[in-house]
Design a protein around this ligand. Structure first.
Ligand code: NOJ
Length: 530
């Protein structure tokens, strides 16, 4: 059966600010990613998604682009990007850029012109209105900002420094396609498309996601950019999509996106009042129901993404796991979902069991969302202490602390002062230590990816039927992937309780304890074949 290449990809996400600094300014750079290509290759990744590294005032850490066609000097030069694409390519690794097409920075020349005069040819690129309505911005406050020069308001779904683009303007769309094609012509594999579900919005009717022209626009984007190139891909970030709408985005016949990130598993634990800022405890059955439902769709009509972490989420190990069993838990979480149908994404540091940073005062945070919500949460009724606790467990900065390459000062990340610290001394879990330990999380990740890619099991993992097992056990993630009599089975205990061991037939491919026991121990996992 022929299938698109991305179904065999293992994608590693790099948050460039925090990955590897090579010039001592405390901020990671593209040369740093080049330096670490052998590490990424050894892990087994076939593509790297790099969070935005375009020119930007960095109000939202690069998700506010002021020039789509050049690299921000803090990350290096355009030549560094060319070199990265080339060097990665030599290792069979492709580069995926993070394209922010819903909004620009307020410093983008298009917006500077648009806001300066009613006669600007760029007025139609943005959304201006004489009167604001009551839509609230994601980072707090009204989504409308007064523009003194033209005596009206512009719309920003995120920070005031991130004015939304008007996708009804054909000229604006052409300008974005031109930017995408610029990078595709340089040889990038494709794009991760930031909050792409927002581009069809109708602000006058308060429709922000799934707007009237959304799918039509995506189809056009596909045809005019990545869809023109054989094997190029686009992964959409869709916070509000579910299994059903995923089919609209990713059915190949519709020619929209290759894959989308869904977040309904994450959202299932949000508090009714405080949303993500105060989460309900993890419950495996709820989580499992959601991810299993995604497996029920016809793989020819829709494809899933598999991930635990990214730069917007606190670390899943803190959130879902139990740090008393950090090593077992990190391994179990990775392998328990790895063998579901879909393309796996690994966020930098997952492979060494990185956990949340520790931030002692509001001054330690760097993220605009956290800084704004410190006040917003107090206005909503939390005490100062509660607001700090909420940030400590949910802020995005938790996942943005420097990669731990070694246990020394600067973590092997920088010879200078890191742009964000996150302060926790975590000497046990860093790449240098993990490299030396054959039973490390890193060694397990490498082995699990090797199994995932092994031609013996590749077809089974990609195309095999999905059959859930032991559904009556609420804390277990057990399933079979099957083609005829060939089977790959996963048995995971997603709890800190020791239980009666299930019957585990077949040859063990992966296991996260040193020995075999008669019991099913906390966070134990077996992956077997028969
Ligand atoms: C989603 C990105 O992942 C996040 O980091 C950013 O703040 C928003 N989109 C706005 O661009």
């Amino acid at each position: 059966m022929s299938h698109p290449r991305f179904q065999d990809d293992v994608i590693y996400q790099v948050y460039p600010r925090s990955y590897q600094d090579t010039d001592g300014d405390g901020i990671g750079d593209l040369k740093g990613i080049i330096k670490r290509l052998p590490y990424i290759e050894k892990l087994g990744a076939t593509a790297i998604w790099i969070s935005p590294c375009f020119r930007s005032p960095m109000e939202d850490m690069g998700y506010d682009i002021s020039d789509y066609k050049s690299v921000d000097p803090i990350f290096g030069t355009d030549e560094d990007m060319d070199l990265l694409i080339e060097e990665a390519g030599k290792r069979g690794i492709r580069i995926i850029l993070d394209m922010v097409l819903n909004h620009t920075s307020k410093e983008h020349p298009w917006f500077r012109s648009a806001r300066s005069s009613l006669d600007s040819p760029y007025r139609e690129f943005y959304i201006f209105r004489d009167k604001p309505n009551d839509i609230q911005a994601t980072f707090g406050g009204s989504a409308w900002e007064w523009n003194e020069e033209t005596k009206d308001y512009y719309f920003h779904l995120y920070a005031p420094g991130q004015p939304d683009l008007n996708w009804d303007s054909e000229r604006m769309r052409e300008a974005l396609y031109d930017a995408c094609n610029y990078w595709l012509d340089k040889g990038v594999y494709g794009f991760r498309l930031d909050v792409i579900e927002n581009i069809g919005k109708d602000v006058d009717r308060h429709i922000l996601q799934n707007g009237p022209h959304l799918h039509e626009r995506l189809h056009e984007l596909n045809h005019r950019t990545f869809g023109r190139k054989e094997e190029s891909i686009a992964i959409g970030e869709c916070w509000c999509a579910d299994t059903e709408s995923r089919m609209l985005y990713t059915n190949p016949e519709r020619e929209e996106l290759s894959m989308v990130f869904l977040f309904n598993d994450w959202g299932a634990f949000h508090d009714p009042k405080y949303g993500k800022w105060r989460c309900r405890p993890f419950d495996c059955r709820t989580y499992r129901d959601i991810i299993y439902e995604r497996q029920e769709t016809d793989p020819a009509k829709s494809w899933d993404t598999i991930f635990w972490n990214n730069h917007d989420l606190p670390r899943a190990l803190n959130r879902y796991g139990d740090l008393r069993y950090r090593k077992e838990c990190a391994k179990m979480m990775f392998a328990s979902t790895l063998f579901l149908r879909g393309t796996p994404f690994i966020y930098q540091g997952d492979e060494i069991g990185m956990i949340n940073g520790s931030f002692h005062s509001i001054e330690d945070y760097r993220d605009i969302e956290a800084i704004n919500h410190y006040q917003i949460l107090q206005d909503m009724g939390m005490s100062e202490r509660e607001a700090m606790e909420a940030l400590a467990s949910t802020a995005r900065d938790n996942a943005r602390i420097p990669m731990r390459w070694n246990g020394r000062k600067g973590y092997g990340f920088t010879s200078g002062t890191p742009w964000i610290d996150g302060g926790k001394d975590d000497p046990e879990y860093n790449v240098a230590r993990e490299e030396k330990d054959p039973s490390s999380i890193l060694a397990f990740y490498r082995e699990a990816i090797r199994v995932w890619k092994d031609p013996l099991y590749r077809e089974l993992v990609r195309d095999g039927a999905f059959e859930p097992d032991y559904l009556e056990k609420g804390d277990w993630i057990c399933y079979t992937r099957r083609i005829g009599e060939r089977r790959l089975r996963v048995f995971a205990n997603f709890s800190s309780r020791t239980c009666e061991k299930p019957d585990i037939p077949g040859t063990i491919l992966l296991h996260n304890y040193e020995d075999i026991s008669e019991e099913f121990r906390p966070y134990e996992i077996y992956v077997t074949t028969l």
